[in-house]
Design a protein around this ligand. Structure first.
Ligand code: SIN
Length: 486
């Protein structure tokens, strides 16, 4: 098999397999993982299904008995040991991620750091699971303790092959839960490597399992098995709704981090450079393939032309190519279907009166590369106004008033992230309060950090990840009503 990546210190990361109960396991068949930049095969991995998922959950249930009883201090120590190994193997994890996902190496290394930040944060939070004491009545004291939910099922996407895993698994383990994770079939190698490092760090077999292969079969077991008491998903809204419905049959605790359609508002009084840099950071991160990427860029009339000119100058200077070669800024799209969607959005926008300022076509770097694109004259009738493009296309809508901008921004069933650029402090507050999203970047194109709650409203999700609230998703409250004789 042609291997298209520089040699790894941990060459076993390239031959990694699903990990259940501390053992790499095989399925009845295998499938190939390909590099989206070159189309070449990287590895063959086991294709698992329902039977192995049942096995994984059984091992989670066994491991839970001991793991939940370990003192928080010990779970924290083991998470810190896992963190140290992730940091030690940062370069290999970054190379692996670029090879299977396509993001430029600098971005992949940044994602390893982002992933590590969740392990560190929740290793620290493990020791801060506080309860409360409520003065009940003369003969009663009420004590609330917080205990792990139990076995958690998790499904993560291909766009962040490391960070979406640690943002779920680290708080689960910190809380005392055990987890079976299904990463995307497109990017399992990073997941296998993370699970292997957790095991090497001393996290006991069965605490963190990874299964992968037949997604509907695995998903159906994770969402229906009575021993799975918590289910957490990051991915599309359509799939999230389906999985939530499946979880309803056994009434699991559910958290959903789903699709967005982020508006980014630029007002006449914005700092032009800050607005352009913020737009680049939000729109073109991971080649436009994040659920918090700006999807609609709304620009006020007075700054519109200057903004478009400055944005197009930055965008046309991007280096597009294989993320493992040179100083690449933009990589490939993940699949042919993703490429076709981006191309379809651009064609539809042009047919509906949009104009290309830069880009607009397939890039010469390869089959799945699309030119970084800025288009103007965007309007609500276009497909890109209603659907996430998930690619390197910045459509600019023009508006006149703040009220019009807010109405346009909120005209969507999604409510994950939004961004606004203004130097007027009153407007900043009004707009931040008026945007119907779970997160707002104000004069800032990045909202993601381990320290802040991440999640959406409307059809963008349920619950929050990261921050001091992220661990709550894996904890239950228990009320102890204590009779007291005076
Ligand atoms: C996502 O795209 O699903 C998450 C992005 C982030 O954590 O910033």
């Amino acid at each position: 098999m042609a291997v298209t990546i520089p040699p790894l210190e941990r060459s076993d990361f390239l031959t990694g397999q699903p990990l259940v109960d501390g053992t790499e396991i095989c399925g009845d068949s295998t499938y190939a993982i390909t590099n989206p930049a070159t189309g070449e095969a990287l590895a063959n991995v086991a294709k698992l299904g329902a039977a192995q998922t049942y096995r994984a959950i059984e091992s989670n249930s066994r491991a839970f008995i001991d793991w939940r009883k370990r003192h928080a201090q010990e779970r924290a120590r083991l998470l810190h040991d896992w963190l140290a190994l992730v940091r030690l193997h940062r370069q290999d994890l970054g190379l692996l991620m670029t090879a299977e996902q396509g993001k430029p190496l600098a971005e992949a290394l940044g994602e390893v750091d982002y992933a590590a930040s969740f392990i560190q944060w929740f290793a620290e939070e493990a020791r801060r699971v506080y309860g409360e004491v409520i003065p009940g009545s003369a003969d009663r004291r009420i004590i609330v303790i917080r205990q792990p939910v139990g076995v958690a099922g998790a499904i993560t996407p291909w766009n962040f092959p490391a960070a979406m895993i640690t943002r779920k698994v680290a708080p689960a383990l910190a809380a005392g839960c055990t987890v079976t994770l299904k990463p995307s079939e497109l990017t399992p190698l990073t997941a296998f490597a993370l699970a292997k490092l957790a095991l090497e760090a001393g996290i006991p077999p069965g605490v963190f399992n990874v299964v992968c292969g037949d997604a509907p079969a695995i998903g159906s077991v994770l969402t229906s098995h009575p021993d799975v008491t918590k289910f957490t998903f990051t991915g599309s809204t359509a799939v999230g709704k389906l999985l939530t419905a499946q979880c309803a049959t056994t009434l699991k605790r559910v958290s959903m981090e789903l699709g967005g359609n982020a508006p980014l508002l630029v007002f006449d009084d914005a700092d032009l450079d800050q607005a352009v840099e913020g737009t680049i950071a939000s729109k073109f991160r991971n080649t436009g393939q994040t659920c918090v990427c700006a999807n609609r860029i709304l620009v006020q009339g007075g700054i519109h032309d200057r903004f478009v000119e400055a944005l197009a100058a930055r965008v046309s200077a991007f280096t597009v190519g294989n993320g493992l070669e040179g100083a690449t800024d933009q990589g490939p799209l993940i699949t042919r279907a993703a490429f076709d969607k981006v191309q379809g959005h651009v064609a539809d926008a042009i047919a509906q009166g949009g104009g290309i300022v830069t880009g607009g076509k397939r890039h010469g770097a390869g089959e799945l590369f699309f030119q970084p694109t800025v288009l103007t004259g965007a309007n609500p009738a276009m497909r890109l106004a209603d659907e996430e493009t998930f690619g390197p296309v910045a459509p600019v809508f023009r508006f006149d008033t703040e009220a019009e901008a807010l109405a346009l921004a909120n005209a969507t069933r999604s409510g994950l992230a939004a961004y606004a650029f203004t130097r007027d402090i009153d407007r900043a507050w009004r707009v931040a309060e008026g945007l119907e999203t779970g997160m707002v970047g104000m004069n800032n194109g990045i909202v993601s950090t381990e320290t802040a709650p991440f999640g959406g409203i409307k059809e963008s999700g349920l619950g929050r990840e990261g921050s001091r609230h992220g661990i709550d998703e894996f904890l239950e409250m228990k009320t102890i009503n204590l009779g007291v004789r005076s």
